[in-house]
Design a protein around this ligand. Structure first.
Ligand SMILES: Nc1ncnc2c1ncn2[C@@H]1O[C@H](COP(=O)(O)OP(=O)(O)OP(=O)(O)O)[C@@H](O)[C@H]1O
Ligand SMILES: [Mg+2]
Length: 333
């Protein structure tokens, strides 16, 4: 009935955008061209090695391997040929000796081809479990290929790393995110301003999942995606807020600076953690004498540590204003 027939037929309307726009084919992935090209070549030449994909969240690791699996197997084969385990499954040594071993060791009726075992979020696997995998990977290579996915490479034992071909998925560049963002904006008929798009990209830090999630929440909450709304939606300080805060910290007296920052923080519901991070970026751009900046940064680092450990935010805010005492005195003459 609806004139819009371009959307995927099976997608329910209530699917979050991250899932609705998850790339279905390898060609749909917007980044890491070299990696995609290499993996496509492996598959086309039937030479797929064991894979290890690593990198920060939301950069397309899970999407890549799922697209590979879809390329390798038909929908009917999928269940019998692919075993996908992620952090929500138990992955102690028991599952390696049980489910993984039995999946890897049973042959398929279709003689040619191999099965695929995807170990997503493998950082969560215990060392014992990883050690138990070493032999399984070697022994059943003719029957099965492993794909290990993780955020932190250091959490994977060296023996497993050396059995796999490693690919690093770096954070996505703004010029890669932009076309995909614009595609979703167009499909969903979202009203978004240029500074809104920019804010989404800046806040995401190269994480495409975050871009789509924040876009969807801001759109639902405000009906307009501009810079102000994006920052307010995630409760992150606006660039102009940070400018004000720096200005007060450097130019007001202690009492005024404290009460103004506290007022802004309470009014906008900002976290001291976010303020610290942004102020730090800003402070580095100001030309203070070396001894002043060094002392300031050390104090800010200590405040951050205390905030992370759950100390009282009001006291730590006092401490932040106090840390600016020396720079404040310098500004005057
Ligand atoms: N390279 C990409 N091209 C297009 N969309 C992407 C890309 N990377 C991420 N996305 C979007 O972000 C969502 C999450 O991506 P994915 O699940 O592949 O991330 P991941 O790298 O596995 O992250 P994590 O380490 O948190 O598991 C996808 O559903 C998709 O909408
Ligand atoms: Mg993933």
């Amino acid at each position: 009935m609806s004139p819009d027939v371009s959307k995927p037929v099976l997608s329910p309307h209530n699917l979050p955008w991250v899932e609705k726009y998850r790339p279905d084919k390898l060609d749909d992935l917007i980044s890491h061209e070299e990696i995609i090209k290499t993996i496509t070549k492996f598959i086309d030449e039937d030479q797929l090695p064991h894979l290890l994909l690593y990198g920060p969240p939301g950069t397309g690791k899970t999407s890549t391997i799922l697209a590979c699996a879809k390329k390798l197997f038909t929908t009917q084969q999928f269940n019998s040929m692919v075993l996908e385990l992620n952090a929500s499954d138990d992955r102690g040594i028991g599952i390696v000796r049980g489910q993984i071993l039995s999946f890897a060791s049973t042959r398929t009726l279709i003689k040619t081809g191999f099965k695929l075992i995807i170990l997503d979020e493998a950082d969560a696997m215990t060392n014992d479990a990883q050690n138990a995998l070493r032999r399984i990977i070697e022994k059943y290579t003719d029957n099965v290929r492993f794909c290990i996915i993780c955020n932190y490479l250091s959490k994977i034992i060296p023996a497993l790393q050396s059995r796999c071909t490693k690919f690093r998925f770096g954070p996505l560049a703004p010029e890669q995110i932009m076309p995909r963002l614009e595609h979703v904006v167009k499909e969903e008929n979202v009203t978004v301003t240029d500074d809104g798009k920019q804010a989404l990209i800046t806040l995401s830090g190269g994480d495409m999942r975050r871009v789509l999630n924040v876009l969807q929440s801001t759109w639902l909450a405000y009906g307009l995606v501009n810079e102000d709304n994006v920052y307010s939606c995630v409760g992150h300080p606006l660039p102009v807020d940070i400018k004000n805060i720096i200005n007060w910290l450097l130019n007001e007296n202690y009492q005024m600076a404290y009460s103004k920052v506290l007022d802004l923080k309470t009014r906008k519901g900002l976290a001291l953690q976010d303020i610290l991070t942004e102020v730090q970026v800003f402070v580095n751009k100001i030309e203070f004498p070396d001894d002043v900046i060094i002392e300031l940064i050390i104090k800010m680092a200590q405040i951050e540590e205390r905030v992370m450990n759950g100390c009282n935010e009001a006291v730590q805010l006092n401490s932040l204003v106090a840390a600016f005492q020396k720079p404040r005195e310098i500004e005057v003459p």
